[in-house]
Every structure is written in C-alpha cells, then in structure tokens.
Write a protein that binds this ligand. Structure first.
Ligand SMILES: O=C(O)CCC(=O)C(=O)O
Length: 307
C-alpha cells in the first residue's frame, strides 16, 4: 500500500510514494528504511529519507547502501554543511590522522591498520556517551555513518533519546533546568580517551573546542525539547559549585540510561545510519577483537547554535 507523504500513518510498517519501506526500530524512536538507493536516488530519495529521519526522532537506518565515498558526501550535504569542507576548521587536530586522505569530509572509524602501519581510522571511536562535536559553538546536527566492514558479532552502537528523557522529567525539574547552561569541552574526552596531550593543547589554544550551551535545547526543525548534556564532552554546569554540578549531571545521565530511552543497533553490512546529535547521544561498544575488522566512514554536518 502507498501513502502520499501528507497522510503519514502512525508509526507502523508503511510505504511512501518513492517505494521506500519504513519500519519503526523501537516503539518511540528510530526508523529502518528499506528499498532506498541513496547513491542513485538523487534529491527525492534524500529528502524522503531526511523527512523519515526527522519523523522518527532523529535516528534512521538505511539498509543495503554500498556507498562510494563521494556519493556518501553528496547524500550527506542534504542534511547540512559538512565538517571538513574547505571553509571549516577541522573537528580537532587530534583526529586529523583519521580523516580520509582524499576526502577531508570523511572521518574514519576502524580497528585496522594499513600496510605502513598507519591506522585506517580511529580505533575505539565513541566508546563513551557523547553527542558529536558538542564542544563547538555550532555542534554537529546529523552524523551519517556508513558500515563498510563489521565483525560477525559485537561492535553495536547504542543511542539514547534525549527528547523522551527530557519529557519524562517532572515539571519541577524542567523548571530548574530551563535557565541553565553547561560548558562543553573537548578536553573532557581528551583526558579520558586520547593520549596525545600536546596536540590537544594546541587545539584548545584557539578556544574553538569549548562552548557553553543551554542544558535544554529546542530542535530547530521539530520544535521538540531535549536534554543537551553528555558525559563525553560536558565539563560542568555554569554557576554551580563543582559538587552541585557533578550531582545534577550524574542525575541527568542516570535518568537518560533508563532502558526505555535506549535503542541498541546491531549493524548489518552496508547499513547507513543517520543520527541527530541535537536530540540523541550515542555509545559505540568496542567488544570485538582486532582480528575481526570493523571499518566505517562518517560524515558530520554542522548544526545550528543550540537554543
Ligand atoms: O563506531 C560507531 O559505531 C560510532 C562511532 C562514534 O561514536 C562516532 O562516530 O561518533
């Protein structure tokens, strides 16, 4: 059965006029899209995928996309300008060795090395809860990850729906959070995840990897509110004593971990997964051995300033 786009039924298996099959991944967020050809589909497919992604709370899994790198970049541009484009400062110097040598818009995630012993991508990328690039004044909007090689099991990625997490708070807690801002700083992750302190210090000198954002942000396209703090990059809440800030952040993180706000993605080869960093955080599980290759390519869109 086909539905015109304007008559979207409630979350259930459905097709839209482009013959895409769109199924929920979980009762509250996430969608699986079958039958799309992102590489050859042009603007119509990209716009339909984008709309399905927004409708599903910012998580879409487009199956069976064996995408050439340049086609991935062309598709991603429908979601916003990309980090790595010639006008934009790199995400951080620390990660530049993981960027694709011919395509600076592509960040590579991998547990493999090439013939010269150079990493094919960042090993253990995102093995902590985070929202991509939240330490920038304009953090990431969409991130688009193309799975080229996956281990036979393991290497799942977990997503947390921070809109639902926000909506489940009491009205009293929402009122407490409403005026608050939190500092986001790449150094938080640098301390726990990276060893090359010299490069990190260089990055921080320009101050481009630190930013202050509202704890509750409103999604510019859907109007939905969500929590916007993450353990990976949020350093503290402005105006609070250190232990007050720690206690409130720890409460919010524990709240976000309620299983009903989470979806765990078991990757299939050639999945193209699009997540919205404005309202989701994610965690990549590195539970697979090095002799089981995992290789992924990511584009990252520059989002708006959180408000
Ligand atoms: O490897 C993954 O599944 C996700 C890696 C990650 O956290 C990221 O690309 O931001």
């Amino acid at each position: 059965m086909k539905f015109p786009r304007a008559m979207k039924p409630e979350r259930s298996d459905r097709e839209i006029t482009l013959d895409l099959t769109i199924k929920p991944l979980s009762p509250h967020f996430g969608t699986e899209i079958l039958g799309a050809n992102v590489s050859a589909g042009g603007d119509n497919v990209a716009l339909a995928v984008r709309q399905a992604w927004l409708d599903a709370g910012g998580l879409a899994v487009v199956r069976d996309q064996d995408l050439a790198t340049d086609r991935h970049i062309a598709f991603a541009q429908h979601f916003g300008p990309l980090f790595g484009n010639p006008d934009e400062k790199p995400l951080q110097d620390t990660v530049s060795i993981y960027m694709h040598p011919d395509h600076p818009e592509i960040y590579r995630v991998s547990n493999q090395v090439d013939g010269d012993g150079k990493p094919k991508g960042r090993k253990g990328a995102g093995t902590y809860w985070h929202s991509d690039v939240s330490f920038r004044e304009r953090p990431a909007g969409a991130s688009i990850l193309s799975a080229k090689q996956i281990p036979p099991s393991g290497g799942d990625t977990i997503f947390c729906d921070q809109s639902r997490a926000y909506e489940a708070l009491s009205e009293t807690m929402k009122a407490i959070l409403a005026p608050l801002h939190a500092a986001h700083d790449f150094e938080v992750a640098a301390h726990s995840q990276y060893t090359s302190r010299v490069l990190v210090t260089d990055d921080l000198e320009g101050g481009t990897n630190r930013a202050l954002h509202p704890i509750v942000r409103t999604h510019a396209e859907t109007g939905r509110k969500s929590l916007f703090v993450n353990p990976g990059f949020t350093s503290h809440i402005q105006g609070f004593h250190r232990d007050e800030s720690r206690a409130l952040l720890d409460f919010l993180y524990a709240h976000c971990m309620r299983p009903e706000f989470l979806y765990r993605h078991r990757w299939q080869e050639y999945d193209l997964v699009i997540w919205d960093n404005r309202c989701l955080m994610h965690y990549a599980i590195m539970d697979y051995p090095d002799d089981q290759p995992r290789y992924m390519e990511r584009t990252t869109c520059i989002g708006d300033r959180p408000a």
